[in-house]
Structure formats: C-alpha cells, structure tokens
Design a protein around this ligand. Structure first.
Ligand code: PEP
Ligand code: MG
Length: 587
C-alpha cells in the first residue's frame, strides 16, 4: 500500500479531535499576500478610496457567506467566530486610520491598509491576554482577505483539494478551516495551535481527526507523503509500515464497534451491575446545547456556565434577556433540575472591552474573578439572581456560586440573593421560594472548610478543573507544565475524601462538574469515593454510562480505597486505567 521505502517516523503532538485517518499529505502553505507599493496620482485618489470601499463590501459578503454555510453545516456556535471577523470590517479605527494614512502619503491603499493592519496585529499579539491575542488572529485573517480582494487574488487552496488528503499546515485561520473542502479533508495536522483553537473546534464538529502542536512538521513532509493521523493519542506516523497499518486498521475497527455499543447504551439507565443508580448530568455553556444534553439523556444540567451569555457581547445582557435564556433551558429540561452557575467572569474568562470592570492583573487566575467580582458589583449580581429566580418559576432551578473561598462569601452572596428575592416579591413576580443554593468547591480553602460551608448551602459541586490547578499550583492553560496537571494526585483524593465525608455528615449531596467527571477512567474513582452525581460535556455521557453499566459500585469503592492507600499519581492512574480496561470491551 505504501509506495515509499522511507522509514517510519512517529511524531507526537496533542490530540485535538478524535478519529484515525490514513492517506497522503497535502502541505498547506499560507503565503502572506505580496503587496506592491506605488504612488497614486492626485486625480485618482477618490477612485482609490472607492476601490477600498468595494474590497470591504466584497470581503463582508464573502465572510457572511462562509458564516451562513458554517451555521447550516456545523452550528451557530462555530458560526459566531465569523461575527468577530465582520466586526473587524467595521472597526472605525482600522478603516479611518488607513484612509488618513492614504490621504497623508498618497501611497496605494493596499500599502496603507497593510501597514495599519500589521501594526494592530502586532500590538494585539503582544498583549498578555489570550482573548486579545485571538483577536490578533481574527484581524490577520480578515486583513489577508481584504488584501486578496484589493489585489484580485483567488481564494485559498484548501477549498479545492484535488483528492482526499491529510492537510498539514503551520497554522489554519478560521476562514481557512471554514473553506476547507470537507469531503476531501481526511485529517488536520497543525504545527502550532492549541486544543481550543478555532480550527480544532471546526474539525471536531466536522468529525475530522486532528492533531496539533507538532512543531515544524510542515518543513519535514512533502505533498504526497503517506501518514496515519491518530486523533486519539495525538500521534502522526509518517511512512507507516505494514504492521503499523495493520495495527491501526484493527484499532479503527474496534473504535467503530465501540461507538456502536455506546449508541446502544445511550437510552438505557445509568445503573451499576449491583443495582446502584448514578445521576449523570450535562454541562452547557449556551442555550442551544440543551438539545445535545437531551439527545444524550442527561438527567438534568449540572453546570450552566452563564458567563458565556456575557462573553463576546459588547454590552451586558439585561435582566429580561438573561431571563429568556435561563427560562428556555429550564423549560426544555423540566422536570429535571438545572444548576445555574452565577457569573464566573475574570481569570481565563475576562469580559472583552470592559477594562473598567476588569482592570489588568498580573495574576488573573488568583485575581478579581467570579464571586469576588459579583460581590463587588452587586447591581450586576442582583440582576442576574433576579433573572435566575424568575426562571425558577418554570421548572426546577438550583443556584450555584463559583470560586467560593469560605463561609463569609457564601453568607454575603446569600444576602444578595435574599435582596433579589425581596425585589421580585415587591414587583409581584413569581419565583421558587425554596430554590436550592450550592457552592462550587474549587478553591482549597473552600474544600478544607467544607464542614463550615455545608451549613450555608444545600449542595456542593466540585470543580476539579480549578481545584487541581490551585491544589497543585499548576496553571490549567499552560502547555509547558500540562504533564504535571495530575487528577490522580493523592492531594486531590484526600481533599475529595474530606469534602464528601463532611458533606454527607450534614446530608448534603456532592457532585463533580469538572472534566474529571466526564472521563471514564476517573469516573469510577469519583463514584467509589462517594460522589453523588457526575456532570459533563453532553458528548461524554454515553462513554461514562457505558462504564457505569459495566462495573459494580462495590468494585468502585474498593478501587477508591486502594487508591487512597497509594503514594504516587502515576500509580493511582495506572490503577484507574486498569479498572477501566478490564470493563470496556473493544472487540
Ligand atoms: C471547574 O473549575 O472544574 C469548573 C467546572 O468550572 P470552569 O471549568 O468553568 O472553571
Ligand atoms: Mg472553575
């Protein structure tokens, strides 16, 4: 099959979109547009500005077309990426400065636009803020498109791949990924990139396997080279041998039959072999994700990240707007419960363009965020609480506060909640008087005062994403130390043990809504420790349910007891992995 006698080379990257592909490589080189520079005669200057206007209009039409196609084929969330692109075209500063530079210098408009946009891209990419750095990417992408239109150049090669190919690129912009020929792209491999880049989001929604972070692979391969892309383990194998091909062929078959088994358990109850039912809930960020939660038979929403209603908008959504969003989710899930988390802004989720509310910080993860922000901006907090309470009249709502560090914040937040209730009562607006209130346990100080916090709320939900980050002092978004981010660290197990015991002593249920909950390797450990419910991204529900139906709770408890006696994260991980593998049939 492999026509090349070259030796097999394995390149390790980061798994970004699941799946396995085998085929020939297409190396995509994104050439910067070459911009000619010349003087424009004074009498032609009006035409030059008109030419610029026309290029902006054409670019807007192209982006709107891509946006509509993405919305139709992939979904509204992915299409929203292109709203940011359209906003670039309306940027007064960028357009105005280009025209002013043209008027002052008389240089052709491409040169002026190129200079101004490059300056902006440079300035944005130097800012120590992930959101703004992403805006630099948007700006670069749109600027290339405007320049191509000014120069009358055609669209990129990705939209017309001649044959089925594995696309290897140093970077892929959102426009690139949107114009990617879906029928012909077997897999995406990107030199740079993170798991959360736009290209990866699009690849995942298209169910195209993707591996990112393979450094300079584009420089080591050629068009037509053969490769396997393993989007499960984040590996690219160049010139695979016959035995590797055979091994991957078998894996692919196994994965397919396992996917079929997952589909079968989707409708069945989450119940262990010894008859213990387990509550499986869904995490959502946007209203329309409720559809997926229901498609995967979630028994409720365990985490509704409401900050996404605020992020990406230029103004704060007001009470009525929030109410409509919350009510839609609550009604869609009724009678199942919906845990609505109050704003978790700041840290990795700042509010763009609101530097008055979120001043720049040196250490935003430990800074002015979540409940700290809400308690200082009580008008914003109360407005959100009113909107949530109003939605509570339409189904089963529970309220949850993020990043609580101890009882004092809990008491203060509950006082604001009572004020919000009083305001609604005065207005004669109905709400659930008995609405339950929970604390997220994601800061070590909250975990270690769980016995005290339990007196101030009705339930706990452990945010393992942040709890691990703070317990182990490992920045959860820093690639360089990602290998040290260990969910099986004994410190986490001991912390969970304490939280669960203290909560249960006071009859409080404890759920987990961090990523650990949706990982079938860790779910048995959490359940064995006594966690009452697991909340996860909807797509993970079948895999976790499959395992629950294949294990007994007695075995999970024994697993947890054995893990509690172990000393190293690796040893505990191996134990959990063996537990999982012994129960999951991949035949
Ligand atoms: C967590 O920290 O585990 C969590 C669920 O919250 P987020 O990921 O939104 O910070
Ligand atoms: Mg968190």
């Amino acid at each position: 099959m492999d026509p090349s006698p070259k030796t097999e080379i394995t390149v390790q990257g980061i798994a970004a979109s699941q799946g396995i592909a085998y085929g020939q490589i297409f190396v995509y080189v994104q050439n910067d547009v070459e911009v000619p520079s010349y003087q424009v005669e004074p009498e032609k200057r009006i035409d030059e500005v008109a030419r610029f206007d026309r290029a902006l209009v054409v670019t807007r039409q192209q982006i709107t077309k891509i946006k509509n196609e993405v919305e139709k084929n992939i979904g509204p969330e992915e299409a929203a990426i292109f709203d940011a692109h359209l906003m670039v075209l309306e940027d007064e500063a960028l357009i105005g400065e280009t025209i002013r530079a043209f008027e002052a210098s008389g240089q052709n408009i491409e040169t002026c636009f190129h200079q101004v946009s490059s300056r902006y891209v440079q300035a944005f990419s130097e800012i120590d803020d992930e959101y703004l750095r992403e805006r630099a990417g948007d700006l670069r992408d749109v600027a290339q498109r405007v320049l191509q239109n000014l120069l009358g150049q055609a669209e990129n090669a990705l939209s017309r791949l001649a044959d089925q190919r594995i696309v290897v690129a140093s970077d892929i912009t959102p426009s690139d990924s949107a114009s990617l020929d879906r029928t012909a792209a077997l897999a995406l491999v990107i030199d740079s990139g993170s798991k959360t880049s736009h290209a990866v989001i699009v690849a995942r929604s298209m169910k195209v396997p993707a591996v990112v972070g393979v450094r300079n692979l584009t420089q080591r391969v050629h068009n037509g080279d053969w490769a396997i892309v393993d989007g499960y383990d984040g590996v690219v194998i160049l010139n695979p041998s016959e035995s590797t091909l055979f091994r991957y062929g078998t894996i692919q078959e196994q994965k397919k039959s396992f996917d079929a088994q997952l589909l079968e358990v989707n409708r069945l109850p989450a119940i262990t072999l010894d008859g213990v039912p387990v509550t499986l809930l869904a995490n959502i960020e946007k209203v329309d994700e409720v559809t997926r939660a229901k498609a995967y038979f979630a028994q409720g929403i365990g985490l509704y990240r409401t900050e996404f209603l605020f992020i990406g908008t230029s103004r704060m959504p007001h009470e009525q707007e929030q109410f409509v969003a919350y009510k839609t989710v609550v009604e869609a899930m009724a009678p199942e419960p919906v845990i609505i988390r109050t704003l978790d802004l700041g840290g990795d989720k700042p509010l763009a363009g609101k530097s008055d509310l979120f001043p720049k910080e040196n250490n935003p993860f430990m800074g002015f965020r979540a409940i700290r922000f809400c308690l200082e901006h009580q008008d914003i907090f109360r407005e959100q609480l009113r909107a949530i309470l109003m939605a509570s009249a339409f189904g089963k709502v529970k309220i949850m506060y993020p990043m609580v560090s101890g009882t004092e914040e809990m008491v203060r937040a509950n006082a604001v909640l009572r004020e919000a209730m009083a305001e609604l009562r005065a207005r004669g607006v109905p709400y659930d008087e008995k609405v339950e209130v929970g604390a997220m346990i994601e800061i070590p100080s909250a975990a270690h005062t769980a016995d005290l916090l339990a007196g101030e709320c009705n339930f706990f939900s452990v945010g393992t994403n942040d709890l691990i980050q703070y317990l182990l002092a490992i920045d959860r978004v820093n690639d360089r130390i990602a290998h040290l981010y260990e969910p099986t660290h004994p410190a986490l197990l001991r912390t969970l043990r304490f939280v669960i015991d203290e909560a249960h002593r006071q009859n409080l249920p404890v759920g987990v809504c961090g990523e650990m909950a949706g990982d079938p390797i860790f779910a048995p450990l959490l359940l064995g420790l006594g966690i009452d419910s697991l909340s996860m991204s909807p797509a993970w529900l079948p895999a976790v349910k499959y395992l629950i139906r294949a294990m007994s709770m007695a075995d999970a408890r024994a697993l947890a007891a054995q893990a509690m006696g172990m000393r190293s994260p690796k040893e505990i991980f191996a134990l959990c992995d063996a537990f999982y593998r012994a129960r999951v049939r991949m035949d």
